[in-house]
Design a protein around this ligand. Structure first.
Ligand code: HEC
Ligand code: HEC
Ligand code: HEC
Length: 142
């Protein structure tokens, strides 16, 4: 099992990274902007409600409770789009705390601007999840 984690998980994650880079370069780069969950309000209930009630929506609260909300090591998995033009990008107004819609579906700027169903990843695969849900050692308890 450990061998599986050491070999397969990084492979899956690398594939995910390449995949997401391809998605972004295929789009108009400038339009790959994050709008935040509040920009995705067309998808009202049950989508919004289900997400708001999920632990993903509150993932940033965990960092605050632990006094780690400025720790760069934590931000990639407890915010949305960190280091990719999302959370923490100067000048970006959208609230991107926690694991929001765009962490899984990709930046929604163009999708929202053009109301174009093809300008969003409608079916995120498990590769997206593996980026954060990887080895348990990330939060291993003694
Ligand atoms: C690689 C992604 C990743 C990183 C980096 C990361 N987390 Fe997490 N975190 C998760 C995931 C996924 C969960 C939920 C599942 C789990 O606990 O493994 C979680 C759960 C938590 C929890 C609640 C569950 C628990 O074990 O207490 C806290 C608190 C937490 N993280 C704090 C932090 C802090 C503080 C940092 C930085 C020092 C951090 N995380 C870095 C992915 C990450
Ligand atoms: C943790 C990852 C994740 C988050 C966060 C998330 N989604 Fe999803 N979403 C998915 C997955 C996975 C599917 C199912 C894709 C499939 O059917 O293969 C999905 C499906 C959907 C669908 C149906 C798409 C279709 O064409 O059938 C919509 C609409 C949607 N999500 C909108 C949202 C919105 C809006 C938010 C934020 C409020 C959100 N999602 C947050 C992962 C996520
Ligand atoms: C950006 C990082 C990230 C991504 C991507 C991500 N998660 Fe999570 N996930 C987290 C964190 C952080 C938590 C812990 C929140 C907490 O414990 O409060 C979590 C919690 C969960 C939980 C427990 C949630 C609950 O409400 O009980 C499930 C199940 C889960 N994730 C599934 C998924 C699936 C499936 C995907 C892919 C479609 C995914 N996650 C993608 C970071 C992520």
């Amino acid at each position: 099992m450990r061998a599986f984690l050491r070999v397969v998980v990084p492979l899956v994650m690398a594939a995910g990274l390449v995949g997401s880079l391809m998605v972004v370069s295929a789009q108009d780069q400038a339009k790959a902007t994050y709008v935040g969950a509040e920009g995705c309000l067309c998808h009202a209930d049950p989508v919004q409600k289900t997400w708001k009630m999920s632990k993903h929506a509150r993932a940033f609260e965990l960092l605050k409770l632990a006094g780690q909300e400025k720790n760069e090591k934590c931000l990639p998995c407890h915010t949305t789009g960190y280091g990719q033009g999302g959370y923490g990008t100067p000048g970006l107004e959208a609230n991107l705390e926690g694991v929001q819609c765009e962490e899984c579906h990709g930046p929604a700027g163009e999708h929202v601007d053009k109301m174009d169903k093809t300008k969003i990843n409608r079916t995120p695969s498990a590769i997206v999840c593996a980026r954060c849900h990887m080895e348990k050692s990330i939060h291993a308890r003694p």
